[in-house]
Design a protein around this ligand. Structure first.
Ligand SMILES: [Zn+2]
Length: 583
């Protein structure tokens, strides 16, 4: 039986039919009704959310025989021609394969002529960010003085690569990923129109997998319908699509965080029974912990990895009181075992062992946190040792006054230069804004850190993995350079490459005028090759000595903790730190 893919069969023909982009379609309809329409538009947003569809509807709205109108008829010659992609006055150009300046010059020549039959010559430039620099310049000239009859619709998935000079000439519309809820509802309607139905949980799963893209969700549905079955159960759908059930991923992450080994094994067997690919499940789990760590660190309202606000809220709730260090540690464990997993002849066994190990991951509390908690608790001499439930690694705040005779010279094992200045006999420690779990940035505060944050946000758009490590990096402004130091660890270190530095510099040049150059380096453990051995030895010794330090031992006792990791931020600070410690 012949089969027209759903995405084409159910392509919206009017603004009203477009799903999930009401903020765009309403504005366009309003502009058409009032007759105040721009000559150039820029449609930005992820793939498959309706940019080209809306561009075509706009072209119809402009050239419809009954128009210009917000509600093109869809039946007149112009409307039909545009729908079928054969309208002479409406040109769709893929900028990716027409990226040269000659292509744009040719286009300019063409649009000088009046439209042949419609009112406007509409040019839809898809993936416009692919244009060469020269081509953009040529386009800019046209956009500066467009002929009365010309309308440009630039569409892009990567608006950051479009020069600001171009953007400033366009009316910009940001298309959004569709929330899974909206997508699932759309799928239900499409199915109903086909006289079919599927379990609600299957629709929800496909909606989540489609990552906000209508097109992707419909092609998943295509795959399911292609099986040609009258009705299907949820496990059948999961198996057919070779998908990972996110509910199981979330449940597994919960079990890992709660340290429930039995539950973990049970969940793995469920994944197995559902016919889920272990490989895909492993990847999904890794991604989930990445998301948890990111959601925990991100400010309220931030957009991350295209997650919807609902998903962000769910992730935050799940991350709960687990420290960012704990989440990072679990992620690092998963990343470290990935290779082992890929080579395994029995992936399920490796999966089980890895996850069991993860249930043993102790909450990681930074020493800075422990010591500041200890100081606040009165130097550890008084007060009952606060108990530390696994789920709440943050040191509790005691309310008794801080001791005037601060015995420890405030040796901060994670030297945070910004706060290192005050010497030993300080007045009561300032109320910390929040127990900063992440290492404080080196160098001048504020500025460098702010710039790094901007870079992280920018990198999240297309370098999520790099962004994830940048999110834990420190930054300092020195000699007009923005020095970015990646966090310690083998994987983080592997990101300190020339290529990534170039990437960052490119982002910086797009973000700031006259901004600083970026220097990317690994944390102290990996740099300064000549001194490497000495450094390692010094570090080991420092770790041993620190672990034996009375304050640390007291802290370990108070918090029932053990020293898991020592992360000195800068080797130059270490001798200082130790000598102060030994006073
Ligand atoms: Zn029409």
């Amino acid at each position: 039986m012949s089969y027209l893919v759903l995405a084409r069969k159910h392509r919206p023909a009017t603004f009203d039919e477009v799903v999930g982009q009401e903020h765009v379609t309403r504005t366009l309809a309003g502009a058409l009704e009032s007759g105040r329409l721009a000559h150039a538009f820029c449609f930005t947003g992820p793939r498959g959310v309706g940019k080209t569809t809306v561009a075509r509807i706009l072209a119809k709205a402009l050239n419809c025989e009954h128009g210009p109108t917000a509600t093109p008829c869809g039946k007149c010659g112009h409307c039909l021609e545009i729908s079928e992609g054969r309208a002479v006055d409406v040109q769709e150009i893929d900028a990716a394969s027409n990226s040269r300046v000659e292509d744009v010059r040719e286009l300019r020549e063409m649009i000088r002529y009046h439209p042949q039959s419609g009112r406007y010559r509409v040019t839809i430039l898809d993936e416009v960010h692919m244009l060469s620099k020269a081509a953009f310049n040529a386009l800019l000239k046209t956009l500066e003085e467009p002929p009365e009859h010309a309308v440009f619709i630039l569409a892009t998935t990567d608006v950051h690569k479009v020069p600001l000079t171009i953007l400033s000439r366009c009316q910009r519309f940001d298309f959004r990923r569709l929330p899974p809820r909206v997508l699932a509802e759309h799928l239900r309607k499409v199915l109903a129109a086909e006289g079919l139905s599927l379990p609600a949980e299957s629709l929800a799963l496909m909606a989540r997998e489609a990552d906000g893209s209508v097109r992707d969700s419909l092609s998943l549905l295509d795959q399911v319908l292609a099986a040609g079955k009258e009705s299907m159960t949820h496990p059948e759908v999961v198996e057919l699509l070779g998908l990972v059930d996110r509910e199981l991923v979330t449940a597994t992450a919960n079990a890992v965080l709660a340290g429930e080994a039995g539950e973990v094994l049970d969940l793995v067997s469920q994944v197995y029974a559902a016919g889920g690919e272990m490989q895909a499940f492993y990847g999904a789990l890794q991604e989930h912990f990445r998301n948890l760590a990111a959601a925990k660190a991100a400010p309220e309202g931030a957009e991350l990895f295209g997650l919807t606000p609902e998903e962000m809220a769910a992730l935050r709730a799940q991350a709960g009181s687990h420290s960012p260090e704990t989440l990072h540690e679990i992620f690092d464990h998963l990343a470290a075992s990935e290779d082992l997993f890929r080579r395994a002849s029995q992936p399920r066994l490796v999966m089980e062992m890895t996850l069991l190990k993860l249930t043993q991951v102790k909450p990681v509390v930074s020493l800075a946190e422990i010591i500041s908690g200890l100081e606040r608790a009165g130097g550890g001499e008084s007060g009952a040792p606060p108990s530390r439930p696994r789920n709440n690694p943050a040191p509790p705040v005691a309310h008794n006054a801080a001791p005037a005779h601060n015995p420890a010279p405030a040796g901060n094992p994670r030297p945070a230069p910004a706060r290192q200045a005050p010497a030993a006999p300080t007045p009561p420690p300032p109320p910390p804004a929040a127990p900063a779990a992440k290492a404080a940035p080196a160098g001048k505060p504020g500025d460098a850190e702010g710039m790094l944050k901007e870079l992280v946000r920018y990198a999240e758009q297309n370098q999520p993995a790099l962004a994830s490590y940048l999110g834990r990096a420190t930054a300092a402004l020195e000699d007009g350079l923005l020095r970015v130091t990646l966090p310690p660890g083998a994987i983080a270190t592997s990101y300190a490459t020339e290529k990534n530095q170039q990437r960052l510099n490119r982002m910086a040049s797009e973000l700031w005028d006259n901004g600083p150059k970026v220097r990317l380096s690994a944390s102290t453990e990996a740099v300064q090759a000549p001194d490497h051995q000495a450094l390692a030895a010094a570090k080991a010794q420092a770790a041993a000595e620190l672990a034996e330090h009375p304050v640390v031992r007291q802290a370990a006792e108070v918090f029932e903790a053990e020293v898991v990791a020592l992360n000195p931020a800068d080797p130059n600070h270490k001798p200082n730190l130790l000598s102060t410690e030994q006073d």
